[in-house]
Every structure is written in C-alpha cells, then in structure tokens.
Design a protein around this ligand. Structure first.
Ligand SMILES: [Ca+2]
Ligand SMILES: [Ca+2]
Length: 326
C-alpha cells in the first residue's frame, strides 16, 4: 500500500529527481513481474539509497492484497475491506475486490494489456466472469501466492485466462470457449466442473505434482490437460455422470459419450470414475497407470485392441456388475 500522506512532500521532491526512473518502473508494472512496484515505495527507495544502484523494493502487506489494472496508462486499484484509498487515485474498497476489478473491466474500463493483477493473499470472495471476452486474471502478481478460496464461475465467455493462482475451490466453466487455467510452481489441486458447451478448455498445473479433477457434466466439451512442468506425479481424475456413460480410453484421450473429449499429455496417472448407471468402457492403446472405478449399475468393458500398460497398470473396480468382453 502506498503511504503518501506521511511523506508527500518528500515524495514530491524525490519524484522530481527520479521521475524518469519511477516512470520506467511503473511502465514495467503493467507487465507480469516478480517485483511489482508501488509509487511511494519507489520514491522512498531511491531517496534512501543515493549512493547505491537504484533497486526498487517491495513492502506490500500480504494481509491487504490489492487487485489492480491499468487502463489508458492509469492504475486502478481495488482494495478489500480495511484497505486505505486515501492516497490512491482511482481506488475502490469493497468486500469483493477481484469482482470489483472484473466488473470495472466489463463496464468498459478495458485493461491495457487485458490483465487484472492480483497480488498475494487469501481471497474468500466468489468470482463470476460472465459474458466477457479476452481477459486474464493473473495471481501472484507480487511474487507471493494468491489463493482463490471462493467459487469461480466462468460462463458465456471466451478467451479467459486464470493463471498463477492456487485454486482452493471448484472452478465452474459453462458455455464458454478458450478458457485457460494455469497453476503455480508448487503442487496444485485444480478441480473444474464443466457444464453446457465448453470448447477448448486448457488446464496446466505447471511445475510440481499436480492433481487435476474434471467433473464432466457438459453437453459437449473439448479439453486439454497438460503438464508443462518437469516434475512427475501429475494425475488426472475424470468423473463421468451418474447416468449411462460410454467411456472410451485410448492413448492420450478420454472420451465420454462421444461428445466430451479430453486430450492429455504429461500426466502420469489417470483415474476414471464412471459413476452410477450402466456404463461401458472401451480400452485401446498404451497407458501409464489407470484406475477405472464403476458405481452402481453394470459396467461393460471391452478392448478395441491390445491394451498395454508398460511400467504401470490398468485396474478396474466396480461396485456393480462387471462384464468383460475381448
Ligand atoms: Ca503446479
Ligand atoms: Ca455413469
């Protein structure tokens, strides 16, 4: 948080001296950076280090995170309850700072780089992205982790990116296309519920051992689950419905009822829960570790070709009747 009232005169003088440097640092802040800078902090740092190389320092308070974006080169800040807007222009305080930033962006205050920056902290608010195109929410904007503990709901939208967040709750994606979710360098747990028509959803846990769960309640879906991180131990759980499902499992692909397709890469183990109902499971190809769990009802299993699991195993469990054809 900037603290201008106490140092406003000093800041003014310093800003005259270091205006070009501060301006450059502010311009950089619009882009993703591990060292975001605040106007007051920049000036104070420069004033206190006349014989040292200019190195902006960051003293943001992790307890009072502040989503922000730039529009027309102007910073707009959205502080949570308890935040102090007194020294900030274009600043609003609310119990839902991320939603306030999204709503401002939706009302025509378009972020210059299409990005709302969310600094480190725990965010309890529910978030709705409704009928929006081309928006990125970037967490960890000051290098500290940002955790979204509320429900995140993306609907009727396109080209929406949620990146560098810890997802502490379910993300629901409904009737949307080109939604991208990217985790953090640590171990992530990402759960997505799909509804309606969801096309080109991408989920990438990044580095670490990540666990992705997809609840496939969509009428149609194309999903890519990848892992761009170097680590192993990444898992995917696919939950089919409690109705009668046709699940087809091939190398790198899980298909449900022919209209929901998940392409996978870099995932070491998969769990397919077919749920209740009379489900059919068709296997073809080469797999790592795969667990298939059936619920109540009949699960009918068939193999289209040789099923190979080098170094892994395919296990099939059913609470109901198991029929196997080869
Ligand atoms: Ca990760
Ligand atoms: Ca089922």
């Amino acid at each position: 948080m900037a603290r201008w009232p106490a140092v406003s005169i000093a800041l003014f003088l310093v800003f005259l001296l270091f205006g070009p440097l501060a301006g450059a640092a502010l311009a950089d802040e619009g882009a993703p950076s591990d060292s975001p800078t605040l106007p007051g902090v920049i000036a104070l740092s420069a004033a206190n280090s006349t014989t040292e190389p200019f190195t902006p320092s960051v003293t943001t308070d992790p307890l009072i995170p502040d989503p922000y974006f730039y529009s027309g080169g102007v910073r707009y800040s959205f502080l949570p309850d308890g935040g102090d807007c007194s020294s900030l222009l274009n600043c609003a305080v609310s119990s839902t700072p991320i939603q306030s930033a999204i709503d401002s962006a939706a009302s025509g205050l378009t972020p210059d780089d299409g990005t709302i920056y969310v600094e480190g902290g725990m965010y309890a608010e529910d978030i709705v992205v409704n009928t929006l195109n081309n928006l990125t929410l970037k967490g960890s904007a000051n290098g500290n982790p940002s955790t979204l503990n509320g429900l995140v709901n993306v609907l009727n939208s396109s080209n929406i990116t949620l990146r560098d967040f810890i997802f502490g709750n379910v993300v629901r994606v409904s009737d949307s296309s080109y939604v991208t979710m990217q985790g953090t360098p640590t171990d992530d747990t990402i759960t997505v519920t799909l509804q309606g028509s969801v096309q080109n959803l991408s989920v990438d846990g990044g580095a670490g051992s990540d666990a992705v769960t997809l609840n496939m309640d969509a009428s149609s879906a194309t999903v890519s689950v990848a892992d761009s991180g170097a680590g192993s131990g990444d898992s995917l759980t696919v939950n089919a419905t409690n109705g009668n499902d046709q699940v087809r499992l091939t190398t790198g692909t899980v298909s449900i009822n022919g209209d929901q397709t998940i392409n996978t890469s870099g995932i070491e183990s998969q769990t397919i829960n077919t749920g209740a109902g009379d489900d059919t499971l068709t296997l073809a190809g080469t797999f790592g570790d795969v667990d298939v769990n059936g619920g109540a009802g009949t699960m009918t299993i068939s193999a289209e070709s040789h099923v190979v699991a080098p170094g892994g195993q395919v296990s099939i469990n059913s609470d109901g009747t198991l029929q196997v054809f080869s």
